[in-house]
Design a protein around this ligand. Structure first.
Ligand code: FES
Length: 162
């Protein structure tokens, strides 16, 4: 999906309407960003100058806040976020191979989102369930004791991309 396309017409009007709800209220920057993200799934970069002007901030200040909070995104994200654990326990139990297989099944590199916006692939340091290593998280659901067969089952609908 093209960002230019997203903010045309009704979407642009909607962004302006949301921003105007918080007119000149600098304190409201984070709730405003969260609201835009909850409606669009991310913060369209083109909305940043609109937000900045309305709150009387510099665009770089708005961008700085977005960059600071890891849960704010300026790129579209997949409906399912896949997080492959790269922590030590997962690593020693084959996490590297699991990541390689997930990349191959999804045809994605770390940080990428599939063109159909179905998946975003990320890695994490440790998800806190080391006893189940190696682990991956699919849409907030932990899948432990991963192996190549389980990876294939999880991403069956992506077969044919290998
Ligand atoms: S190292 Fe993967 S869950 Fe802890």
């Amino acid at each position: 999906m093209d960002n230019e396309e997203i903010i045309r017409g009704a979407d642009l009007a909607r962004i302006i309407a949301i921003v105007s709800e918080y007119s000149q209220q600098k304190w409201a920057l984070i709730p405003l960003l969260q609201k835009i993200q909850s409606e669009f799934g991310y913060i369209p970069p083109q909305s940043i100058p609109i937000i900045a002007k309305n709150l009387r901030l510099f665009p770089s200040q708005v961008q700085g806040v977005i960059s600071f909070y890891t849960q704010l995104y300026t790129q579209p994200r997949g409906r399912k976020v896949i997080r492959v654990c790269r922590g030590t326990a997962c690593h020693v139990r084959g996490g590297k191979t699991i990541l390689k297989l997930v990349k191959r099944h999804l045809d994605l590199e770390e940080g990428e989102t599939s063109p159909d916006l179905e998946y975003t692939l990320e890695t994490v340091a440790c998800i806190g369930v080391c006893a189940l290593a190696p682990n991956i998280v699919v849409a907030d659901h932990v899948h432990g004791h991963m192996n190549p067969k389980k990876v294939a089952q999880l991403f069956r609908n992506r077969e044919g991309r290998e």
